[in-house]
Structures are given as structure tokens and as C-alpha cells.
Design a binder for this molecule. Structure first.
Ligand code: COA
Length: 160
């Protein structure tokens, strides 16, 4: 499937909102939080970045990711593909762009993401995008929520 990935613009919010509402393991409970993140990262680009995947033919938004710049790490705080277009390569295209952003950012060594221990599809997705499982944390987002941590090493050198 042909998609282009570009920086988020303010008129992308409505389709992004729909994707948050319709995505497995997201939904209404996440909406206000996502909205605040998008507002913060677009207002303060040194804190983070929001990207969208679009169909170049009709301009439809088919994917969304929010990224936070931490010390030496680029953290994927959300990544969602449109629920009608799963397994069409949109998530991988978003991750390819995230890797490029990380490579360009001089102080960033690693991309990190955490996901629920029960979200087998997400584990398979990150592994297929070249991430390694690096940790497991109990009681992480809330009590009884357990998260698996994945990481991708940036700026690999020939000698390593
Ligand atoms: C996780 C998510 C972003 C993946 O997006 P996607 O566009 O469907 O992923 P892609 O089509 O690029 O998949 C790339 C590869 O990841 C793996 N993969 C993706 N989804 C998978 C699934 N449900 N089961 C097994 N493997 C999967 C496959 O290896 C796939 O390659 P293939 O289709 O050629 O076999 C998507 O499932 C999603 O939006 N889920 C709801 C929101 C969510 O849970 N986000 C992650 C929060 S941590």
C-alpha cells in the first residue's frame, strides 16, 4: 500500500481522534491524554514530535505516531494504524520514519517503546521492525498493568 509519512498538521486532528477512538487498546479513555500530548509536542518541538501516514492519492490519514525526546532516547508514546488498514505496512512505514528521525537527532542512541504484556500483536510488530525485547516491568502504567519494553539501537557503527 502506498503511504507517505509527514509531520502532523493541526487539521489532522479529526482523523487522528477517530483512529485513537477506534484502535484496539486505545479508545475514549486515552483521548484527552493523546490530545494533550499532540498539543504539547506540536507547541514545544524540543519535547517531542507527531507524525502521520497518509494515502497520497486521497490524502486520507491512515496512521499516527507520537514521539517524545528523552535523554539519549526517542520514545514512541503512541503508534496507531487505521483499524480498517491493519497489516498493510503502515505501522512499518511510521517506524521507518521514526528511525530516520532518531538517526538525524545527534544525541539519540536508542528508540524505546513499551507495550502491554498481553498485546502479543504489538510484540510481533516491534520484533518485525527490528526491535529487541529489553525488559519487563510490573505495575507500570497502573497497578496490575505489566509492560514489556522494546528497544532499537540507532547509529550502529561498522566496528560494533
Ligand atoms: C501495532 C500496529 C500499529 C501495527 O500496525 P500495522 O500497520 O498493522 O503493521 P504493519 O502492517 O506495518 O506490520 C508490519 C509487521 O509487523 C507484524 N505484525 C503486525 N501486526 C501483527 C499482528 N496483528 N499479528 C502478528 N504480527 C503482526 C508482521 O510481521 C507485519 O508484517 P507482515 O504483515 O508482512 O507479516 C497496529 O496493530 C495498531 O494500530 N494497533 C492498535 C494500536 C496499538 O496497539 N498500538 C501499539 C501500542 S504499543
Amino acid at each position: 500500500m502506498k503511504v507517505v509519512v509527514r509531520d502532523y498538521q493541526s487539521d489532522d486532528w479529526l482523523p487522528v481522534e477517530q483512529m485513537v477512538l477506534n484502535a484496539e487498546n486505545f479508545g475514549t479513555a486515552f483521548l484527552e491524554h493523546e490530545k494533550r500530548k499532540v498539543a504539547a509536542f506540536t507547541s514545544f518541538p524540543q519535547l517531542g514530535k507527531v507524525i502521520v501516514a497518509k494515502d497520497p492519492g486521497n490524502g486520507r490519514v491512515l496512521g499516527y505516531a507520537a514521539l517524545q525526546f528523552e535523554w539519549k532516547a526517542l520514545v514512541i508514546t503512541s503508534i496507531i494504524s487505521h483499524h480498517n488498514y491493519l497489516r498493510h505496512g503502515i505501522g512499518r512505514k511510521l517506524v521507518d520514519r521514526i528511525k530516520a528521525i532518531g538517526e538525524m537527532h545527534p544525541d539519540t542512541d536508542v528508540i524505546r517503546v513499551d507495550t502491554g504484556d498481553f498485546m502479543d500483536y504489538a510484540h510481533r510488530f516491534y520484533l518485525s521492525c527490528g526491535f529487541t525485547k529489553v525488559g519487563y516491568v510490573q505495575h507500570y502504567l497502573s497497578w496490575h498493568n505489566h509492560q514489556v519494553i522494546f528497544a532499537y539501537q540507532l547509529k550502529r557503527r561498522e566496528t560494533e
